[in-house]
Every structure is written in C-alpha cells, then in structure tokens.
Design a protein around this ligand. Structure first.
Ligand code: ADP
Length: 240
C-alpha cells in the first residue's frame, strides 16, 4: 500500500485520546462545544442582543412545519475550520485539487500537507460544483470533502457545491459537517448573495434528510461574515 493509504487508516483507527496528540492545532472544538442555532437565538434574545434579520429572498421558500426541528440541526462557528473535531469539514478547493491559498491551504497544512496532497492527486481533479472525499489525517475532523466553487456569482454552481457535499456525507453515513463560505474569498462571490444560496441549500437538504444529520455548521471567518449569517439564519431557520 502507498504511504497515504496506510496513514489514512492509521489516523482513522486511532483512539481519540491518541489522535488528539497528533493535532497540529492547539485548540479543538467538538460538536457539543458549538451552540445550536436555536440555543444561540434564545440566549441572545434574553440579553436583547440579537442582530437584525435579513429577509428571505423572494424566490426562496421554506417548509415552516419543520422550523422547530431544524433550528437544532444548524450552527455557526466563527473561527478556523481546521479546529473542528467532527465527522467532515468541507474544503473550498480548486479544480486540480492542489493545495492552494485561503481555507484550502489551512486545511492542507493542518492535515499534513504531503499526506493530503498524495491522496488528492489520485482523484483526477474535481469539476466546479462537484465534490470528492478524502481522509482528514492529522486534522481533528475525520474526513475532508473537497468541493470546487464557482469563480464569481453563479448561484446554480454554488448551490451544487453544498448539495453534493451533503450528499457525499449522507452516502457515507456521517452525521456532522462544517462548511466554509465557499467561493467568497479568492473566487470573489459576494458574501451576502453567497450566504443566501448556502443557507437555503442546507435548509433544503435538512428538510429532506434531517433524520440522518446531527449538525451542519457554517464556519465563518470574521465579524462581517457573522453579521450576515446571523441575519440570514433568522429568516431561513426561524426560532419561535
Ligand atoms: P475560494 O477560493 O472558494 O474563494 P477561499 O479560501 O479564498 O476560497 O475563501 C473561502 C472562505 O474561507 C472565505 O470566506 C475565507 O475568509 C474563509 N477562510 C479562510 N481561511 C479559513 C479557515 N482557516 N477556516 C475557515 N474559513 C476560512
């Protein structure tokens, strides 16, 4: 077997305590460390500190009967996606699946650059909108789903990134996943329109598959991302 296959299995079969010693990041967060969206809203309402809502886009529709169930299934987390100790983190990759800049670079470094690169290079790249899975190696996350976002504002392709990533997670029966704000860095998709697409598509997947999913985490990377997501989540995942 090639080295990456041996290493992939090694990290996947390690006891958690043992694996934690291998993390390149000092801190890690389990799904229980990340408040659900419902808990976040309830606590902010109590202190009157909930930021204003951003309304649903007119073309987007939600199945309101599921609101109460689904508000427990999503979260936002502001920080480095490589610190999440969950089943799957999603990478905003490039078509060649070669470790690049931004979140891609951070994920490769934290996984162990050569290990993750070696596996990625066996996958024959990835077209825009599609997704492929690898091991997580030294990351706290068990697996990485690499998806290639569009360059610029192309909602259909961005939506596919979220849908295909969730589908791969479900195919493998994993239950927790975190997304970065795909395409909103180097690929230049404006953050607010991208957030409407991301949150709507996750909502659609949860409406269908909520029984097979424990948590979808939107991993944000700054205060502006946070303001937008807090605004948008209130409309797409209303908490009564
Ligand atoms: P893309 O090429 O798809 O635009 P980027 O990596 O440039 O990908 O940016 C995607 C998003 O990821 C941006 O919002 C950026 O701020 C964010 N980001 C960058 N590094 C990290 C990280 N370590 N964890 C989470 N998000 C990150």
């Amino acid at each position: 077997m090639t080295d990456w296959k041996i290493e992939k299995q090694k990290f996947l079969s390690m006891k958690l305590e043992e694996k934690r010693k291998e993390y390149r990041t000092k801190k890690y967060y389990t799904v229980d460390d990340v408040p659900t969206w419902k808990d976040y809203v309830i606590s902010k309402r109590k202190s009157n500190k909930l930021l204003p809502a951003i309304p649903l886009l007119e073309s987007n529709k939600i199945e309101s009967s599921l609101n109460s169930k689904l508000a427990d299934k999503v979260s936002f987390f502001t920080g480095d996606i490589t610190t999440l100790e969950i089943d799957v983190i999603v990478n905003a990759a490039n078509k060649a699946l070669r470790g690049g800049g931004g979140v891609d670079g951070a994920i490769h470094r934290a996984a162990g650059y050569n290990l993750l690169q070696s596996e990625c290079q066996t996958l024959n790249g990835c077209p825009e909108g599609e997704a492929k899975i690898t091991g997580g190696y030294k990351l706290p996350a068990k697996y990485v789903i690499h998806t290639v976002g569009p360059q610029g504002e192309k909602p259909g392709l961005l939506q596919l990134c979220y849908r295909n990533s969730v589908q791969i997670m479900l195919d493998h029966k994993y239950r927790t996943i975190a997304f970065p704000c795909i395409s909103t860095g180097i690929y230049g998709y404006p953050l607010e329109p991208a957030a409407h697409v991301a949150v709507m598509e996750v909502r659609k997947q949860l409406e269908k598959y909520h029984e097979d999913i424990d948590r979808v985490i939107f991993c944000l990377f700054g205060e502006i991302d946070e303001q937008i997501y807090i605004g948008i989540l209130q409309s797409y995942f209303p908490v009564l």
